[in-house]
Design a protein around this ligand. Structure first.
Ligand SMILES: [Zn+2]
Length: 152
């Protein structure tokens, strides 16, 4: 005798679950973010072997695989190395589109930090231009304590 379940189509709906969570940024990330929040200072870590200064800081040099336990305060101004304009909005983005994201090599750092660029028209952006960090009035220990970078 056939069961009624033998003739039922299995229907599956796609879904999405939002799961709130907390994530420890680590001791290196915590020191970096408290520097932004409490003193408006940008700190990196320096490799004792190759002297490369990482901003944002890392715990280990990616080239030498040694601890980068020396802290270096870098400048809040830097050079634009690359940029892109994002023309659509997404809930994960910090502000509505269009947003200009740039790679900024800060004075005293060897790598570039990716951040938002504002107070400039995209037509006026030039690789090599000088930019300065603009800190948020209310800082909470996130990368957005640097509100954005603006032309000097
Ligand atoms: Zn190194």
């Amino acid at each position: 005798m056939a069961d009624w379940k033998d003739n039922v189509e299995n229907i599956v709906y796609p879904g999405r679950i939002k799961v709130p969570y907390k994530w420890y940024v680590g001791e290196v990330g915590s020191r970096f973010l408290t520097g932004l929040r409490d003193k408006k200072e940008i700190w990196g870590t320096k490799c004792p072997n190759c002297s490369k200064v990482y901003v944002p800081p890392v715990k280990n040099c990616g080239e030498c695989f040694v601890l980068t336990d020396q802290w270096v305060k870098v400048e809040d101004t830097g050079t634009l190395e690359s940029f892109t304009v994002v023309s659509y909005s997404h809930e994960m983005m910090p502000t509505k589109a269009p947003i200009i994201y740039g790679l900024i090599k800060l004075g005293g750092a060897d790598g570039a930090i990716m951040h938002i660029i504002d107070d400039v028209k995209k037509e006026d952006l030039k690789v090599g231009m000088k930019l300065k960090a603009v800190f948020a009035d209310k800082r909470e220990g996130t990368i957005l304590d640097i509100k954005h970078f603006s032309p000097v």
